[in-house]
Design a protein around this ligand. Structure first.
Ligand SMILES: [Zn+2]
Length: 215
């Protein structure tokens, strides 16, 4: 928090709850309008205030007197919860993906369904001794199907991921490269539109191949 924000921070809670005296509202609003940090803080507080509004004060024994610092704690809890929920959602999806991909592959084989050609991207070597390999990304209702040509990679285990604009890696699975591995089919919960690139790394996380999708 910057020094300029300090006098306003304790007023954000009362403002969010509509308890700030009128004469002070204008100056706090003016600061919030010009300060992205305090705006984000106020937004989170208003979210928490919305939840508090659902509490019936009639059911409480004592008048409400929130302890100092409660606002900050609620804000960080809301943030953490949001991050955890995103991760949980991804993990759940990843579990379902293996089954979905298997079912999809079986259906494609038995029914001879024509495949969406998807987006083609060349994975460029990120270190010596490797050749570029072609990959294909196909949009699916559950995310992105990733197909890549594993022949020509040195033997070993590789991890495939899609890169988000904020540099987070969303896993698409892993595979063992063996001689004549052929095409490997993997799956990521991330939609193609959400990915800016696709990477292949070794088990220790070192990126060995990378394909750029968009800026
Ligand atoms: Zn501020």
């Amino acid at each position: 928090m910057s020094e300029g924000c300090r006098p306003f921070r304790e007023q954000l809670g009362p403002l969010a709850l509509g308890h700030l005296p009128d004469p002070e509202v204008a100056s706090v609003r003016a600061h919030v309008d010009g300060c992205a940090d305090c705006r984000e803080e106020l937004r989170a507080l208003e979210e928490a205030a919305g939840a508090l509004a659902l509490v019936d004060p009639e059911l409480l024994d004592e008048p409400l007197a929130p302890p100092r610092g409660l606002g900050d704690r609620i804000v960080s809890l809301v943030r953490e919860e949001r991050l955890l929920e995103q991760r949980r959602r991804r993990r759940r999806l990843t579990g379902l993906l293996a089954a979905a991909v298997l079912a999809g592959a079986l259906a494609a084989v038995t029914l001879g369904i024509a495949h969406d050609p998807g987006v083609r991207v060349l994975l460029e070597p990120q270190r010596g001794g490797l050749e570029a390999i072609p990959a294909r990304l196909v949009e699916r209702p559950w995310g992105t199907e990733v197909r890549l040509e594993a022949s020509g990679l040195p033997a070993g285990r590789y991890v495939v991921w899609l890169r988000e604009p904020d540099d987070d890696r969303v896993p698409a699975g892993s595979f063992d490269a063996v001689a004549d591995a052929g095409e490997v089919v993997l799956a990521s919960a991330l939609a193609i539109d959400g990915a800016v690139g696709i990477g292949v790394s070794e088990a220790d996380g070192t990126t060995v191949l990378y394909g750029h999708l968009r800026d």
